[in-house]
Ligand binder design. Sequence first.
Ligand SMILES: Nc1ncnc2c1ncn2[C@@H]1O[C@H](COP(=O)(O)OP(=O)(O)OP(=O)(O)O)[C@@H](O)[C@H]1O
Length: 455
Amino acid sequence: MEQFVDRDVERDQLTDCYESETADFVVIYGRRRLGKSELVRQSIADQEDAVYYQAVESTAQNQLEQFVETATAQFPSLQNVRRDWEAILETLGEENAIVVIDEFPFLIEEDDSLPSRIQRVWDTKLQETGMTLVLVGSSISVMENKVLSGSAPLYGRRTATIDLKPLDVADARKFFPGYDPETAITTWAIYGGTPYYLQTIDPDETLGTNVQQGVLSEQSLLYSEPEFLLRTELRQPNTYFSILRALAHGRRTPNEIAGMAGIESGSLSTYLQKLRRLRLVERHIPVTASPTASKRGRYRIAAPLFRFWFRFVYGNQDQLRILGDTAYDELIAPELADYVSPLFERLCQRALPHLIDRRFSDVGQWWFKEHELDVLGLTESGLVAGECKFASQPVSEGVLADLDRTASEVRWSEEPADGETLYVLFSRSGYTDDLKNTADARDDVRLFELSDIIY
Ligand SMILES: Nc1ncnc2c1ncn2[C@@H]1O[C@H](COP(=O)(O)OP(=O)(O)OP(=O)(O)O)[C@@H](O)[C@H]1O
């Protein structure tokens, strides 16, 4: 790996646990490929008393033997210890060791009693020591059910939990530092913030070459990645594929999704629930709505690479093969602006609090009946309403007039009586002179360029 990007907050959190005098039990989990193993390996690089064991799919006995072998290399005192998890962990506790078990779900698969046995030895021995026990897992369902949930034996013993998230766009950009803002936004819209995907990018090549060689070509690493991951997590993935395809093609409401995927609306929620638990799909609501009461939920694919793949690769493999090296130019490039637009909106929403000097309580999208705002920020001094255009034409005054009209439809129960709406526009291709003059003359209008939202 050329360079380890960011993760400072998580590394500091881990170092605090390692260095504390008391016992710490840390759980790290999150979607596949986000860099859980790398984070934990980096965090123990300078720690002398650390044991790192990456579990494999094998028998319980093999797994224990491998663990003991790894740990004994570091702590020879283990040589004469009885070969069971309790005795080995107890000795490592006496050594105040840092013990990392990566891919912990593989151990549970083979031995369901392991969490309760670890819990017992934790309660009776380990919690009095200075050790740190770190359990890492990418199977979110196993980590949630067997380690994190209220009914799991280890529940309540945790002193820290790291739910690892994708890198944000500024950190993702370190994988392609030379790209101009427009290309950088497009690149993020394709690869997202997953380090494993980002590291396939050769920053000296164009985005087109990278996507052609790294995603669209049959031999490439990412050509089958979403399909591979879904097949490892789901027993019958076909219905999930249809749902993700519908989402990637812009279907957002349950009715639209069920219609395109060809499944009963009644059974859709079970599938969506599962995809949400895998962190592949997100539900969102209008920013002014109550999170507990709102029935106006929309769904979207959380990981950009999955969205890209289900839009351009899934079901298109024959065409990609026929087009060969020209696939990016012929199939992807003409649709890129349309593809990037919704993700561009998400970047604008995230950037808003950095661009406007007001205290935001929330930022997101807003919609009601046929009215829709790409960006709506709620602040103690009123609304901030925005429109995003990832188009090749400069934005003109008509867009501001529409934004003004739509913003007047917003009802927000907490809006201050003297609140003043601020209008913000984000444009890929600048603004007409008329609009610039209007914005200059009014102090409630702000115009932003791409370079403002990617910093
Ligand atoms: N912060 C980072 N900066 C740069 N590269 C990273 C970073 N995190 C991870 N990587 C690289 O991304 C790849 C995936 O990371 P890693 O194997 O740690 O992910 P993971 O979450 O453990 O994956 P999985 O759950 O699929 O096993 C590795 O090649 C790693 O070197």
